[in-house]
Design a protein around this ligand. Structure first.
Ligand code: GDP
Ligand code: ZN
Length: 444
């Protein structure tokens, strides 16, 4: 069954100029669009050179036309792709022509939403499309592709299959209560349940890594002028920073900086501007910084090892949110001769200049957020997914502690299955779908 009979069109390539620009159209019947634009039949999945025409027959642009008939397309509907010249005016004219021929402008993420609704992708895969586009590191991009490929969904399906097995056992026991114990014992329901718990916690662990690759960590950087904040950030970022700055649209303002540690995006909030001021504009910036500080995972207090903590540092520390962990990092040990590395809980000696102690600092930062490295199996994930996995774990825990209270077990297992279904989209409220797809870019 196809949803949304109307045709949608959008510019699929990024705004601006480029060698090629792509217009994408999807709908239940796009024959009138093909006729009006290209004026001839297109072989499915073949690249045709074509002239794209206006209503009066004049040529708007020329390029390649590709036709993907339903259901073998990204959206599961008929899809037409026009590859024209990548200029904003040309693209706008072609898009206007599509609208003239009956298509309407696609909403953000609407192509992917249709792919989801038509069963071409499940929800975790659809989200991975956006995460791949938004990836801030190679590791994040590779993990997003894993999820898009279904690696995450397969883990969830395996868990759901296990749950269904168990539910059948438990529900059979409900139907034949006199045989209660035997049924469950014979199939080792207890063993199955603890096995599922272990499996769930492995998935949670991998998903946690995937969420870190997607969202990274937020670090508040505190330190007096000249203690070496910029030097430290550059040294920590190493070669990876180059990748970040190359990514178009990555904003680098004075308040936030982005560096990558082992592929994990680290958002650094610079507190340099945090001081008393009468200047209204400056006050707005300061308020913004404090709001960013509220969401931080960790504060990094950078010190000159010859001076230690100053009164000014103390003043800022006192105003940090309660419970925010603080890492004391003593820099410039090349000048004092101290040994690099950790000195007890939350304290390190480093030299941003010589690089001494930096491996330990990287390790310490990543440890704080629970990172233990991406591997072949790491798929991208979101907080929404982690939340669902955690809730499923609670239901499994309740089922286990209610073991042999068959009705409670049956209900908890059912709830665990539903909660996991939220990840792949089997049980997802419409308003949540709206939120997820509205954060996509247009044309995807
Ligand atoms: P910021 O104002 O905190 O950002 O400090 P900068 O990174 O701009 O560094 C201030 C000065 O300290 C510069 O001259 C750096 O070269 C120097 N510096 C930074 N880190 C070290 C270090 O580990 N050892 C030494 N000897 N000098 C450093
Ligand atoms: Zn600086």
């Amino acid at each position: 069954m196809l949803y949304y009979p109307d045709s949608i069109a959008a510019i699929a390539t990024a705004p601006g100029r480029g060698g090629v620009g792509v217009i994408r159209v999807s709908g239940k019947n796009i024959a009138p669009l093909i006729a009006g634009l290209v004026g001839r039949d297109l072989l499915p999945r073949h690249a045709h050179f074509a002239r794209f025409r206006a209503a009066d027959g004049s040529v708007l642009d020329e390029g390649l036309a590709l036709y993907f008939p339903a259901p073998h397309s990204f959206t599961g509907e008929d899809v037409l792709e026009l590859q024209g010249h990548g200029g904003p005016v040309v693209m706008k004219m072609l898009l206007a022509r599509c609208v003239e021929l009956g298509a309407r402008h696609a909403e953000p993420g609407e192509f992917t939403k249709r792919a989801f609704l038509n069963g071409k992708l499940d929800l975790a895969q659809a989200e991975a499309v956006a995460d791949l586009i938004d990836a801030q590191s190679e590791a994040a991009a590779r993990s997003a592709l894993k999820s898009l490929d279904g690696a995450f969904s397969r883990e969830i399906h395996a868990l759901v299959d296990g749950l269904i097995n168990l539910r059948m056992l438990v529900e059979a026991t409900l139907d034949f209560p006199e045989e209660e114990i035997d049924f469950l014992e014979a199939a080792d329901a207890h063993g199955q349940l603890t096995g599922l718990q272990a499996q769930l916690s492995r998935v949670l662990d991998t998903a946690t890594q995937g969420k870190l690759l997607r969202e990274g960590m937020h670090v508040v950087l505190i330190g007096q002028p000249n203690v070496g904040k910029s030097s430290l950030m550059n040294a920590l970022a190493g070669e990876e920073v180059a990748i970040v700055t190359e990514i178009a649209g990555t904003t680098r303002d004075t308040v936030r900086e982005l560096i990558l540690l082992d592929g994990v995006p680290v958002h650094v909030i610079d507190t340099a501007g945090l001081r008393e001021t009468e200047d209204r504009v400056e006050q707005i910036g300061i308020e913004r910084t404090w709001r960013a500080v509220e969401k931080a995972d960790l504060a990094l207090l950078l010190l000159d090892s010859r001076e230690g903590v100053t009164a000014h540092d103390e003043a800022i520390l006192a105003r940090l949110p309660h419970g925010l962990p603080v890492l004391h990092v003593y820099n410039k040990i090349d000048l004092t001769g101290e040994n690099p590395g950790r000195i007890g809980m939350g304290e390190l000696h480093v030299s941003a200049q010589s690089g001494a102690g930096l491996p330990q600092l990287r390790e310490c930062l990543l440890e704080r957020v629970g990172w233990h490295g991406a591997d072949e199996g790491t798929f991208i994930a979101r907080e929404r997914h982690l939340d669902a996995i955690r809730r499923a774990a609670v239901h499994l825990g309740t089922a286990l502690s209610a073991y042999r209270q068959i009705e409670i077990m049956a209900e908890e297992l059912r709830l665990a299955q539903n909660v996991l279904g939220e990840i792949t989209g089997e049980f997802t409220p419409d308003d949540l779908l709206g939120v997820i797809f509205s954060r996509f870019c247009i044309g995807k």
